[in-house]
Design a binder for this molecule. Structure first.
Ligand code: DAK
Length: 260
C-alpha cells in the first residue's frame, strides 16, 4: 500500500517508520492512524525476517505533536468514542507486535505522540525531546491509552501530576522518571535504537516474541481502564469545555473553560 503520511525504509532487516506530516509537526490525523493500522496489522507481518521496527518523526522539531486538533472540531460523543477505540486498537497492535518496536523520539512527543511512544516497547530520546499529555488544555483526557500507560511506566503520583498539569518534561527528566530508556545526542536516536535492535536480533527470536507477550500479559489487568478511558473520552466530547479548548488552539488564544 502507498502511504501519504508514513515513510517506510528497510535496511538490515530493520524497518524505520517515519511519521511524515512535518507541516503539522507530524500530528496524527485520521488517515495517518489508518496507515499505521495497515502497516502494523498487514504490511509488517509479511516480512518474515524482520528484526524490529523504529518509529520516528519527520523533521528536526517533532516526533508527533499529538492527535490532529484541527480534526477534533465538531467531534460528538459517539464519534469521539469510536475514534478513541480505533486509536487504542492501533496502539495495541504496536504494543503486541511480535518483534521489538522502539520509538526514536526526536522532538515533541505530545498527547497522542507521547501515547504512541509509550505503546512502543522502548523509547530513545534525543536531548531536545519533550514529553507531555496536554489534553486537559483542550477540555479532554488522553484517548489513546495515556491514562493507563503513563501510570504503568512512571507510577501513579507522577502520572497524576503530569496528566493534570499538562507540564512538559525534557529528555533528562523523562529518563529520571523511567519514561525513556536512554537519552542520546540530538540526531542519534535512530542509530541507538538500531544498535539495540541488532543486539536483540542475536537472541532467540521466538523467545523475544514470548517476552513481549508475557510482559504484556502483566498489564492486561488494566483492560477495564482502557475501556473507561474510551467512555470518558466520549463524555468529554459532549462538553462545552472541549469545544472551547479545541477552538482556542486553532484561534491561537487561551481557552476560557466554564466547567460545562
Ligand atoms: N494538531 C494539528 N496541528 C498541529 C498540532 C496538532 N496537534 N500541533 C501543531 N500543529 C500545527 C500548528 O497548527 C502549526 O500549523 P499552522 O498553523 O502553521 O498551519 C504547525 O503545526 C506548527 O506549529 P506551531 O506554529 O504551533 O509551532 P511552535 O513551535 O510555535 O509550537 C508546539 C510547537 C508543539 C508547542 C505547538 O504546536 C502546540 O502546542 N501544539 C499542540 C500540542 C497539543 O496540544 N497536542 C495535542 C495534544 S492532545 C482522540 C484521541 C486522542 C487524542 C485526541 C482525540 N480521540 C479518540 C478523538 C489525543 C489528543 C492529543 O494528542
Amino acid at each position: 500500500m502507498e502511504y501519504n503520511n508514513l515513510i517506510v525504509e528497510l535496511a538490515d532487516d530493520i524497518i524505520t517508520l517515519t511519521i511524515s506530516r512535518e507541516k503539522a509537526l507530524n500530528a496524527l490525523n485520521k488517515e495517518t492512524m489508518q496507515e499505521l493500522n495497515h502497516f502494523f496489522t498487514v504490511e509488517a507481518l509479511q516480512n518474515k525476517s524482520l528484526k524490529g521496527i523504529i518509529i520516528t518523526g519527520a523533521g528536526p522539531k517533532s516526533f508527533v505533536a499529538g492527535a490532529d486538533i484541527k480534526e477534533f472540531l465538531g467531534l460528538d460523543a459517539d464519534a469521539g468514542k469510536e475514534m478513541a477505540k480505533y486509536g487504542q486498537d492501533v496502539f495495541f497492535a504496536i504494543e503486541q507486535f511480535h518483534r521489538p518496536v522502539i520509538a526514536a523520539v526526536n522532538g515533541f512527543a505530545l498527547g497522542g505522540g507521547c501515547e504512541l511512544a509509550m505503546a512502543c516497547h522502548m523509547r530513545i530520546a534525543g536531548e531536545k525531546a519533550r514529553f507531555s499529555q496536554p489534553e486537559v488544555n483542550l477540555g479532554l483526557i488522553p484517548g489513546y491509552g495515556g491514562t493507563q500507560r503513563l501510570v504503568q511506566l512512571i507510577g501513579k503520583g507522577k502520572a497524576m501530576e503530569l496528566l493534570m498539569t499538562a507540564d512538559m518534561v525534557g529528555a533528562e527528566e523523562a529518563l529520571r522518571l523511567g519514561l525513556v530508556n536512554h537519552v542520546v545526542p540530538q540526531g542519534d536516536e535512530v542509530t541507538k535504537a538500531k544498535e539495540i535492535l541488532l543486539k536483540i536480533s542475536e537472541k532467540a527470536p521466538l523467545a523475544i516474541s514470548k517476552i513481549i507477550s508475557c510482559v504484556d500479559a502483566f498489564y492486561r489487568i488494566c483492560e477495564d481502564g482502557f475501556a473507561k478511558e474510551v467512555a470518558e473520552f466520549g463524555a468529554c466530547c459532549k462538553t462545552e469545555d472541549f469545544k472551547e479548548g479545541a477552538a482556542a488552539f486553532v484561534e491561537r488564544r487561551k481557552a476560557d473553560f466554564k466547567g460545562r
